[in-house]
Design a protein around this ligand. Structure first.
Ligand code: BGC
Length: 382
């Protein structure tokens, strides 16, 4: 008996060891991580007496996006690098309070009009509408309390191949000075192809102008991990819209040939930025505008191998290189965001279109539906 006990103990120990081996080290191949499309909803806080939820969408590859119904903010986006390591590639804050206090539109849905309207005014059918001047002499990104600062109604959905959040808002006539009761709907969808898809829709009961966009600041090295100057940028645009000192387009559609705006071939963001007064903050006139979806921009980060492609049906894209970041915004994990720590690629109609007759129209009339789509697609370089 005395000899049997150690023997039995040894058998039991061997059994545990074998089970452990089978479970964890049985195969020489790296065990594939198993995820499936998933959606979680948590209460995140309250604004204007309305509940703000954080929706966490995860796809089968482990790509994860967090979205708030406050401002339609994308607060986190985890994507893998070449080695399969995940990092959060968008700038933002940890708390709702920080977003409310001060944000340069981190991750936001921007509306009713993305970018600038000169002197904050436009005329429709002989009637002039006046908007807030919240950017020097001009109106920017929908005004004082634009679509980035409201609590949207939210509904989530999940299917085997995609999960998403549908945000709706009824913007009353004269909200921020814009005419018409505007029904706006934003659908965020995460797909198993590592795409973050944004569908925008709107209808009005009075002629108005509209130009919705998304304002994530991306950094493919991971948020807070230095600047984006080493990223390679490609924008499929033969022309851009030069601006005056207050960043209002002059009306010219200028050929990018022999200018600092030539990104038709991939070019590092930092290579010419010193020569661009203030940094990049320009609208590019995208090629092949016929209302259909097409690839319009590609960004790659050489060290991590992460890449992002942008597809849209829109005529323009604002490439903004985070010029106004100055370290005063302390982001997620206590990381200060310095100049050029993020870049935005905002698909859009051209800035100040309501006042520029030669730009594609941003007029939305009763009975019409504004409907556009943009996709941010993530991958790694070969
Ligand atoms: C604009 C910039 C502005 C930034 C943050 C961009 O879309 O083009 O001029 O500073 O948003 O507000």
């Amino acid at each position: 008996m005395k000899r049997l006990i150690p023997f039995l103990l040894m058998l039991a120990f061997t059994g545990i060891m074998l089970t452990g081996c089978n479970g964890n080290h049985g195969s020489t191949k790296k065990k594939p991580l198993k995820y499936e499309m998933n959606m979680k909803k948590n209460l995140f806080g309250t604004v204007d007496g309305k509940q703000v939820f954080e929706f966490t969408l995860t796809n089968k590859n482990g790509v994860e996006v967090k979205i708030l119904n406050y401002g339609g903010l994308v607060t986190q986006l985890l994507v893998p690098d070449k080695q399969g390591n995940f990092d959060d590639v968008v700038l933002g804050y940890d708390s709702l309070q920080d977003y409310i206090k001060d944000t340069p539109y981190f991750g936001a849905i921007v509306g009713r009009y993305g970018n600038r309207i000169a002197k904050g005014q436009f005329t429709i059918d002989g009637q002039t509408y006046k908007l807030a001047l919240n950017n020097g002499p001009n109106h920017l990104h929908g005004g004082i309390k634009g679509f980035d600062k409201i609590v949207w109604d939210a509904e989530d959905f999940i299917k085997p191949e995609a999960a998403g959040v549908i945000l709706t808002h009824l913007s009353p006539d004269n909200e921020e000075g814009y005419p018409g009761n505007l029904k706006a709907k934003i659908t965020y969808t995460l797909t198993n192809d590592n795409e973050l898809k944004i569908d925008y829709e709107a209808e009005t009961d009075k002629s108005t102008v509209i130009n919705l966009t998304h304002h994530s600041y991306f950094n493919l090295k991971g948020q807070g991990n230095g600047n984006i100057l080493g990223h390679h940028m490609q924008i499929l645009a033969d022309r851009f819209t030069p601006v005056d000192a207050t960043l209002i387009p002059t009306g010219e559609l200028k050929d990018v040939q022999s200018t600092l705006m030539d990104f038709r071939k991939p070019e590092s963001i930092g290579s010419r930025i010193e020569q661009v007064e203030g940094g990049y903050d320009h609208n590019f006139v995208l090629n092949n505008t016929d209302g259909k979806m097409r690839l319009v921009a590609k960004v790659a980060e050489p060290k991590t191998g992460r890449k992002m492609e942008v597809l849209t049906d829109q005529p323009g894209i604002q490439f903004y290189s985070g010029n106004f970041l100055d370290g005063s915004n302390i982001g997620k994990g206590g990381k200060p965001y310095l100049k050029h720590f993020g870049f935005c690629l905002e698909t859009q109609h051209f800035p100040d279109s309501p006042n520029q007759a030669n730009f594609p129209s941003t007029l939305l009339k009763p009975g019409e539906t504004y409907k556009t789509q943009t996709i941010y697609r993530f991958g790694v370089t070969e």
